[in-house]
Design a protein around this ligand. Structure first.
Ligand SMILES: [Zn+2]
Ligand SMILES: [Zn+2]
Length: 153
């Protein structure tokens, strides 16, 4: 079996922001899709803008996003199976043998668009790395951390 790299990109909301969730405090925040998935400046670790803790960026995906990624992987596997079995059925039937293979392709799961809904949050930009973050900012919250470099904004 050769290794397969499935690539996907997450679409943002109307302003190009994608929703992430902190694995520590479960708060949701949004980062700019282009900055988060920038191939020239790959992002490995993120800081939570609320509690300031840091972890691998994969730990920040929301359940919804993970489910969609799993659906993509499953669909890919189904496609491969369909192709392999389709060919096999063809070969067997073309030999005109007594064995007839009937093949019904499996149906791929429906993938919802990786699109984020719009919510009311405020956009902050980091003076240090110039990246952007969208957070639920309410009065009383005095600190917002940059998800990329962890400084107060
Ligand atoms: Zn947090
Ligand atoms: Zn920053």
């Amino acid at each position: 079996m050769s290794q397969v790299n499935l690539s996907f990109s997450i679409q943002g909301d109307s302003e190009g922001f994608v929703t992430l969730e902190c694995p520590f405090c479960n708060s949701e925040f949004k980062v700019n899709a282009g900055e988060f998935q920038n191939d020239n400046k790959p992002v490995f670790d993120l800081f939570c803008p609320y509690c300031g803790l840091t972890s691998e960026k994969n730990n920040f995906y929301t359940r919804e996003t993970i489910e969609k990624i799993q659906a993509l992987v499953t669909n890919y596997a189904i496609e491969q199976l369909n192709e392999a079995f389709g060919k096999m059925a063809c070969r067997i039937n073309s030999r005109n043998s007594v064995i007839k293979m009937d093949f019904k392709p499996l149906k791929a799961a429906n993938i919802k668009e990786l699109k984020d809904r719009d919510t009311t949050e405020e956009i902050f930009s980091c003076g240090c790395c110039e990246n952007h973050v969208k957070v639920h900012y309410c009065a009383g919250v005095s600190k917002v951390y940059c998800p990329y470099c962890g400084v107060d904004i």
